[in-house]
Design a protein around this ligand. Structure first.
Ligand code: MRU
Length: 351
C-alpha cells in the first residue's frame, strides 16, 4: 500500500502501535512514496529489496518485523522463526543481528501474552536510541569539521554511499556531522560519489538538497583525483560493521577512498553508533561480504525506467561492501566520542 510522504518529515520509518510506515527508498530519488508494513514478510521484503537500507535502519526495521510477527503468534516457535527469517535478509550490516538479539533477549523472558506490546515498545526504543546516538555523533563530528575551518571555508567533506537520515532512524551517521556543522553556520561543501552500482549517492544528493547543504555529485573514480588536487579537507563515511580491531566494512568503494586519503594526507573518519560494532568479530577478514544480484551491474536504473547496458548473460561480480583496514582510519566517531580505530574498545569498556 502506498501513500503520500510528508516532505517535512525527515525520518525514513515511523513505528506506531501495531503499524510501521517506511519511505520506499527503492523509488528514490525519482518518486517519493511511503509504504505500510503490515506483517513480518513485509518487513523482510523491505530489507531484502532495499526499500529500507543503511545499517541502523535495517536494524530498526528488523525489530519492527519481530513486533509485526508477534501480533498474530507470540509463541517461542513463532519468535524463533521470525528471527531466522529476518536474519537471512542481508548479511553484512551487523545492526540487523544486534537488533534481533536485543528483541529476543527482551521477549524470551516474558510470557507470550505480554510479548506483543513489549515488542512494539522495544522496537520504538531501538529507533529512539539510534536517533539519539546519531545526534551525538553529529555533535562530536561537528567539532572535527570546525577544527578544520581555519584552513578554508567552506570545508570540503567527501562521503560515499548514503549514510544520512535515510540510512538511520534519524540524523544519519556520516552526514550527521555535516548537518550539525551546517546548523551551526559552518560552511560545508560535500563531494558525493555516485556509488555504483546502486547509485546511493543520489540519495545523499537528494537529502543534502532538501537540507540546503552545498554539494557536488562526482563519479566514483574522481575521488582520488580530487584528493590529489587538494580539493578535499576530510572524508567521512558510515559503516555496516566494525570489527573489534577497528577494521570497517562499508559500501564497496570505501576502501579505495581510504587508500587515496592516506596517500594524500586527507583525514579519513568512520561515523557509526555502537550497534554497528561487532565485538565478536576480531578483524575485518571475518566480516561476511554480501554478493548482490548481477543485474545491478547490467541495468542502469533511472527515469523513466531501467536501461540495459550489458547483456543479460554478461559475467559479473557484485560484492556490495569492502573492508577498510583500521590502519587507514584516522578516527571512528561514535555517540561516546571519537577514538583511533585501534582504541575503539576504550570508548565501550562496559560492553
Ligand atoms: O547497501 P546499503 O545501501 O544498505 O549500504 C549502506 C552503506 O554502506 C552506507 O554507506 C552506510 O555507511 C552504512 S549505514 C549508515
Amino acid at each position: 500500500m502506498t501513500t503520500a510522504f510528508a516532505a517535512a518529515e525527515l525520518r525514513p520509518i515511523h513505528v506506531g502501535d501495531g503499524t510501521v510506515t517506511i519511505l520506499d527508498q527503492a523509488q528514490l530519488p525519482y518518486r517519493v512514496e511511503s509504504r505500510m508494513l503490515c506483517k513480518l514478510e513485509d518487513a523482510a521484503h523491505a530489507i531484502r529489496a532495499m526499500q529500507v537500507r543503511g545499517a541502523p535502519l535495517i536494524g530498526v526495521t528488523a525489530a519492527c518485523g519481530i513486533a509485526l510477527a508477534l501480533i498474530h503468534d507470540a509463541s517461542d516457535s513463532a519468535l524463533a522463526a521470525a528471527v531466522d527469517m529476518l536474519a537471512a535478509t542481508r548479511p553484512t550490516a551487523v545492526n540487523l543481528r544486534w537488533a534481533l538479539a536485543r528483541m529476543s533477549a527482551r521477549l524470551q523472558t516474558l510470557p507470550p501474552p505480554a510479548r506483543a506490546n513489549a515488542a512494539w515498545d522495544e522496537a520504538r526504543a531501538i529507533a529512539e536510541e539510534d536517533a539519539a546516538s546519531n545526534h551525538a555523533i553529529g555533535e562530536h563530528g561537528r567539532r572535527i569539521i570546525e577544527s578544520l575551518a581555519a584552513r578554508r571555508l567552506p570545508i570540503a567533506v567527501m562521503t560515499h554511499c548514503n549514510a544520512g537520515w535515510l540510512a538511520t532512524a534519524a540524523y544519519g551517521t556520516a552526514l550527521a556531522p555535516v548537518y550539525a556543522a551546517h546548523a551551526h553556520g559552518i560552511g560545508v561543501h560535500v563531494f558525493v560519489s555516485e556509488t555504483r552500482p546502486r547509485n546511493q549517492g543520489l540519495l545523499t544528493t537528494w537529502e543534502l538538497g532538501k537540507a540546503g547543504v552545498a554539494h557536488t555529485l562526482i563519479a566514483d573514480n574522481a575521488a582520488g583525483h580530487l584528493m590529489q588536487r587538494g580539493a578535499v579537507d576530510l572524508v567521512i563515511v558510515g559503516a555496516d560493521r566494525i570489527a573489534a580491531n577497528g577494521d570497517t566494512a562499508n559500501k564497496i568503494g570505501t576502501y579505495l577512498k581510504a587508500l587515496a586519503a592516506q596517500a594524500n594526507g586527507v583525514p579519513f573518519y568512520v561515523a557509526a553508533p555502537g550497534s554497528t560494532i561487532d565485538w565478536q568479530c576480531s578483524n575485518g577478514r571475518d566480516i561476511p561480504i554480501e554478493e548482490r544480484d548481477g543485474e545491478e551491474l547490467r541495468l542502469v536504473r533511472g527515469v523513466p525506467a531501467a536501461a540495459r547496458i550489458a547483456a543479460a548473460d554478461m559475467p559479473v561480480a557484485n560484492p556490495a561492501f569492502d573492508v577498510t583496514p583500521a590502519a587507514l582510519v584516522t578516527g571512528i566517531i561514535t555517540e561516546r566520542g571519537v577514538a583511533a580505530a585501534q582504541q575503539l574498545a576504550q570508548l565501550f569498556t562496559n560492553e
